[in-house]
Design a protein around this ligand. Structure first.
Ligand SMILES: Cc1ncc(COP(=O)(O)O)c(C=O)c1O
Length: 399
């Protein structure tokens, strides 16, 4: 009998009961805006900022409306101006070049390796073209951050990390988001914490955080944020930093706080699922697993494999056959961006020179979500289905 998977790749876990209760309390209070605080109450948003700063080890954390907003705010806070060039990954998703374009800057794309990380040789070659790197840890793959930071230090490039897929991950024991000047995170519904929409920006830098708080829309109430740089820093920046509203509200903060308390256990649960799929696919002819370096502590909330040098029609056939058995794979090689796939040549507002080495890799990437609503048995079944269908198409090709 042909096995079929019947679960949903977009089904997240429910919000913890504690979060639902806290959200109800916020709604009963009527005070949803982050600066609507009774007396000297800190409020859910401020408390979340303190807890997220502690979790990441950063001096400051700012809770905002989305991950994309965190990135554009980070760019503004480090002084990126219209027309400036900003380095970023060729393999990432639309909000990343979008954040760069939103401040009028111009993305300069850097290639991708078979490890699905930014190509450090290409980065070194292009480092002279920009003062800022918006580094996307796309699908949770961390580059050699020691090497990357050395390249950027040498070239005088400021690093902003897009940690939308790496909340809970680390390189050589240093959390993702803590290598560069600023770390940006998303709490959009498919991320490691779920508030529907939302995000964070973390930094140790007084002036960057003062600017970010002003940018997010503080109405001069910045003293009431959860983590606040010294008052004299605000005096320096407050008159020349525009308000570009994008705050988080208490309702979202309320549902995130209990999720943050259990994030480590969640990451372990993702990795257990990741390893079952990885083991189930190991040795599949024609399929390359992505090697995870020793120094990387990853969070396997999704898995990617490569069908390198396959004809596009054959990859498409694998995708269709898997879908027919209930397994949704996203392919980054399609001519048109669909759903959550896209790549550097999809963003026509930001033309790039061709990158044939990267194109070869992008054409081979298959990507799959691993929501925590999947059991380990589900993961084993999914791996069996992919293995069988890749094998069948591979044999057809060989015949
Ligand atoms: C790689 C990456 N960076 C940033 C973001 C931005 O997050 P948000 O959707 O919260 O704006 C996303 C969201 O999908 C993403 O996938």
């Amino acid at each position: 009998m042909t096995e079929r998977f019947t679960g949903s790749f977009t089904q997240q876990e429910p919000i913890p009961d504690e979060g639902i209760e806290a959200a109800l309390d916020v709604m009963r209070s009527g005070r949803l805006h982050r600066y609507n605080l009774a007396g000297d109450e800190v409020g859910e948003t401020g408390l979340l900022e303190r807890e997220f700063a502690t979790y990441t080890g950063a001096r400051y954390a700012l809770a905002v409306a989305s991950g994309g907003y965190a990135m554009s705010t980070a760019l503004r806070a480090v002084g990126v101006r219209p027309g400036d060039h900003v380095l970023t990954n060729a393999f990432t998703l639309a909000p990343v070049p979008g954040a760069i374009a939103s401040v009028g800057a111009v993305p300069v794309f850097v290639g991708v390796t078979e490890g699905l990380t930014i190509d450090l040789d290409d980065l070194a070659a292009k480092a002279g073209q920009a003062k800022v790197l918006m580094l996307s840890h796309m699908r949770g793959h961390l580059a050699d951050m020691d090497h990357l930071m050395a390249i950027c230090r040498e070239a005088g490039v400021t690093v902003i990390e897009d940690c939308a897929h790496t909340m809970g991950a680390a390189w050589n024991g240093v959390p993702s988001g803590r290598h560069g000047l600023i770390g940006c995170y998303s709490t959009q519904t498919y991320k490691h914490m779920n508030s529907g929409e939302g995000g964070f920006l973390v930094t140790d830098d007084d002036e960057v955080m003062a600017r970010a708080i002003m940018l997010s829309g503080s109405y001069m109430l910045y003293g009431r944020n959860g983590t606040v740089p010294p008052a004299e820093v605000f005096e320096r920046v407050k008159y020349d930093t525009p308000n570009v509203s994008g705050r988080m509200d208490h309702l979202r903060a309320a549902i995130l706080r209990p999720q943050l308390r259990k994030i480590d256990a969640q990451c372990a649960a993702w990795n257990a699922r990741y390893r079952v799929v990885e083991e189930g696919l190991r040795g599949t002819p024609g399929l390359t697993l992505v090697k995870r370096p020793e120094a990387e502590r990853y969070v396997g909330s999704s898995i990617q494999v490569l069908l390198l040098d396959w004809a596009p029609e054959a990859v498409q056939e694998v995708v269709q056959r898997c879908l027919g058995r209930g397994v949704e794979l996203k392919w980054f090689g399609g001519a048109e961006p669909t759903g959550f796939t896209s790549r550097y040549d999809s963003w026509r507002y930001a033309p790039s020179e061709p990158m044939p080495k990267s194109d070869r890799i992008l054409r081979g990437i298959l990507d799959m979500r691993l929501p925590l609503t999947f059991s380990l048995e589900d993961c084993a079944l999914i791996a069996r289905i992919i293995r069988a269908e890749v094998g069948a198409v591979w044999q057809e090709k060989a015949a």
